[in-house]
Ligand binder design. Structure first.
Ligand code: UDP
Length: 329
């Protein structure tokens, strides 16, 4: 299949482009490189364009005639969304509507959309199942929910068939160490803990140690980025085969605490993680983990590399060489 990978120079998009190419599909990356990296585009051509540029999308659809779209292009940093909501809505919602318009003009009907467990908001029941009420508590989650709503309307009207994949905590890096997680600023737990263990930038902050969890820290569901990529291929195959539209969690179903992640980092790096205990971070739910039954039963999906030590080991293989030498300098 030829697949237009929007945001394919970013973390999850690049891993999915690699996975598509590895099985013989053809990824064509569309990315404005605002946060994506040129050197992460290695498995097919790059169209450097913004998804809000309808004419540029029309040209890409005309040139490559893709069988499907995978849509990773979005603003994702939660705190920036709170500070600059209009820019977030423009990129995430207006951008996605622009993509759907270009699909309609070109006749391309299949789309796999990067959604998030943030669409659920505060869990009323755990594990979080796809039918859980969607009441996001931040701008980021609300923009993603809005796109899900647009996709559902377009699907009902018969315009598209789509998968909305609700990621839990994407983490890890490609096992061969060639691509990994690069965010600026970096706010995520595992890279921050690895950095602190490497001796870069001082102690990390642990946001909250008084939650009603087994050790007082938050519980999250960490899924290896290669498992996420594999989930995308399953979703694509399901759209190409049976068709229809669906939402699906991509997680492991296993909750891991922040403290357990720090233990894994210490084991893998062989050094302590300097830390300070801080207050709760606004907007953090105490516990989030996925109900994985739909992914398993409907997509035949099971994570293969999402053990927390494996995730940390792969992330460290990617970051370690650079951060060790930066800390030594
Ligand atoms: N966290 C932390 N220190 C950090 C970054 C994150 O204690 O430097 C905690 C955060 O409060 C949350 C968990 O780690 O409970 C995962 O946060 P992350 O930002 O990686 O992902 P999120 O769950 O917010 O998508």
């Amino acid at each position: 299949m030829k697949v237009l990978v929007l945001g394919g120079a970013g973390y999850i998009g690049a891993h999915t482009a690699k996975a598509l190419a590895a099985r013989g599909d053809q990824p064509i990356v569309v990315d404005n490189l605002s946060s994506g990296r040129r050197d992460f585009v290695r498995w097919g051509p790059l169209v450097q364009a913004d998804i809000r540029d309808g004419a540029a999308l029309d040209a890409a659809f005309a040139a490559y005639k893709p069988d499907a779209v995978m849509h990773f292009a979005a603003s994702i940093e939660v705190s920036i969304g709170e500070r600059e909501p209009l820019a977030f809505w423009d990129n995430n919602l207006a951008g996605s509507i622009s993509v759907l318009g270009a699909m309609q003009r070109s006749g391309c009907r299949r789309i796999v959309f990067s959604s998030t467990c943030a669409v659920y908001g505060e869990p009323e029941r755990l594990p979080l199942c796809e039918r859980h009420v969607r009441k996001p508590i931040n701008t980021y989650g609300r923009t993603k929910l809005a796109v899900e709503n647009v996709l559902e309307d377009a699907a009902r009207a018969g315009d598209i068939e789509h998968a909305a994949l609700r990621y839990f905590n994407a983490s890890g890096a490609s096992p061969d160490g060639d691509i990994g997680e690069e965010h600026e600023p970096e706010t995520h737990l595992i890279p921050n803990a690895l950095k602190a263990a490497a001796g870069l930038g001082g102690p990390m902050q642990v946001f909250g140690s008084d939650y009603a969890t087994r050790d007082g820290s938050c519980v999250r569901d960490f899924i290896h980025v290669d498992d996420l990529a594999a989930g995308h291929l399953r979703a694509l195959d399901r759209l190409a085969g049976r068709g229809g539209s669906f939402a699906c969690n991509l997680g492991t179903g296993q909750g891991v605490t922040v403290m357990e992640v720090l233990d894994a980092v210490e084991t893998v790096v062989g050094r302590p993680v300097p830390r300070v205990m801080s207050g709760r971070r606004p907007g953090d739910a105490p516990e989030l983990y996925a109900d994985t039954r739909f992914a398993r039963d409907e997509l035949g999906f099971a994570p293969a590399r999402s053990n927390i030590e494996q995730i940390v080991e792969d992330a460290w293989r990617y970051h370690g060489p650079r951060w060790r030498s930066a800390a030594a300098a």
